[in-house]
Ligand binder design. Structure first.
Ligand SMILES: [Zn+2]
Length: 203
């Protein structure tokens, strides 16, 4: 498995901080520093997460992923169209996660799998709900936090695969990949057996 989104995004981020082909370290620092989203720090950099997941989610939370709306504004690309729903909708952070009908179906599939009673596909409502309700140390909550970070990462990866490699997966295929990530991380972690059994009992 390669870094895809991570490496590509980092490269673009570094390029966007270049002036006369020299990297402006202060601009790069500003692009990567935690900013005011301190409450997200522990959530995103939780030990359980893959670092590549944490990195993408950290940028998404701060709206620093190089989504097409940002590239369009900088004049790097001439048009903006979401590659996931292939409609006429423009891509920006909030659309990509999870307003887009493709990512909405993926996220709903994951929420249904984990038996979330509360559902939303609105980025701000969802992230606020996570911060206020999903902070606990409980193992199920840890898995549910993992579900959000794994889903954001895999949606970003899917978007990049469509743009840069002309490859695409269906909603069902992406849900399977995310579940596999969550299983793999959980089963290789220090989570107690009962938490892993709970996860494996989900259809
Ligand atoms: Zn879309």
């Amino acid at each position: 498995m390669n870094l895809l989104g991570g490496a590509e995004n980092l490269k673009n981020l570094i390029n966007s901080c270049c002036v006369n082909s020299k990297v402006h370290l202060s601009a790069l620092y500003n692009a990567l520093k935690p900013g005011t989203k301190v409450e997200w720090h522990d959530f995103v950099w939780e030990k359980l997460n893959y670092p590549k997941h944490s990195f993408i989610v950290w940028l998404a939370i701060q709206n620093k992923l190089l989504t097409q709306d940002r590239l369009h504004k900088k004049g790097i690309i001439q048009s903006n169209q979401c590659y996931l729903c292939e409609g006429t909708v423009e891509e920006n952070r909030d659309h990509l996660f999870f307003d887009c009908k493709f990512s909405n179906c993926v996220w709903n599939g994951i929420m249904e799998w984990l038996k979330f009673k509360w559902r939303s596909a609105d980025w701000h409502m969802l992230t606020n709900w996570y911060i206020s309700r999903m902070r606990g140390k409980g193992n199920k909550q840890k898995i549910k936090r993992l579900a959000l970070t794994a889903t954001i990462y895999n949606i970003w990866r899917e978007r990049n695969a469509r743009i840069f490699k002309k490859e695409s997966r269906s909603v069902e295929q992406l849900i399977k990949i995310i579940k596999l990530d969550i299983w793999t991380i959980s089963l290789n972690s220090s989570l107690p057996d009962e938490a892993c059994e709970w996860l494996l009992s989900m259809e």
